[in-house]
Design a protein around this ligand. Sequence first.
Ligand SMILES: [Zn+2]
Length: 425
Amino acid sequence: MELRRCLLLTALLLPAALPFPVQVRPAPCTGKVILLSFCTESPSPTETDEEDEDIFNKILKVNKDSSQLLQEGDIVPRRGRSAINCRHCNWPQSSDGIVRIPYELDPTYETNHVKGIHDAMAEFEALTCINFVKRKTERDYLSIRSADGCWSNYGKVGGGQTVSVMKGGCMWKGVIQHELEHALGFLHEHSRSDRDKHVKIMWQYISPADRPDFKKFENSNNLDLPYDYSSVMHYGPYTFSNTTGKATIVPIPDGSVHIGQRQGMSNLDVAKINKLYNCSRCSTILDGPSGSLRSANHPRNYSDNTNCVWLIRTRSRKVSLHFQAFHLQNTRGCQGDYVKVYDGSSKTSPVLMDKTCGSKIPNSIISSSNLMLVEFITDGAHTASGFQAAFAAGKSENMGNGKENSPCQISLSIHSGKTWKDCSP
Ligand SMILES: [Zn+2]
């Protein structure tokens, strides 16, 4: 049995001590401190140091020895083309609305490398209209290779363009997604024209040679979407710092806001891709240690012809999903409206709960990894009040037949509606 720790947290006093963001509200009226108890598994020794490192530091560390000429740390410079007003470098969209981007993989990648890259790509496919497809004879394609570092061109450049995902150093989902986003046409978040309203660049801690890496692009296409501190495209606070402990990028007005992460795309990253590529997608990433999801309008009726997904992504623990309300149109084989749950981040992942409809609340479900995808499809006939479910990160044992038999029950609800794992034996 894996080692399990139970953390007793004085939620209002110690949220900053958590290795992940926690949303906490005081109990209304009482002003009492809420004690939250939940369980986690001990992180594996190899994971501990890496958890706190942001994506960009990983990339820079690897690229330090790269012979490739790079701008901003990991972007291959363009010749004779503006770096920002890249009007013809989006990948083409098919008539069915899907943007299919052909790719080839380095033949020297081993099975685990290929799986890592496919997993990173699967999230684009689940959440956006970008599909990465194996190249047949297409002229323009991504050549994903283990070259010297983690780097990419910006946008489509024509022909076979390299996305370097070096074995060993770059094989992190967030890093792979970062480089693929460059190839889709995205620059670093801190390069946006409006960045000075959101971050302060601490020039005094940046060596002159590195200052061009903090260039602001006055004409950047911000897609009318907000600045995103949690973007997978954001530098970390200490990127290119020449003074130990001194940040080069400080969020304003609140310097404690976290920037730089390696977990993968944020909801705004997804929204920006969908806007740039005119994708009509209903998709949400839920990446806290716990939270809830529900069908649109719940408890009022959902709409006809919807197609929504929620990607639940906890930091490193298994996901448990607990339905609290469930009322869908009942059809034979649930061919009308249904909820389906996958054990992973894609619709090609193994199925945890097959198409389910009707009014019986489904059993709780637990994933085998830190990823779970929930799909909600409705047809053009009949609606109902839909569903609501809570998720939590943590390990449940003895999960037989999808039932929650663990001594570690989801039992503590707080006023915010969040559900936590209670570790009392
Ligand atoms: Zn980059």
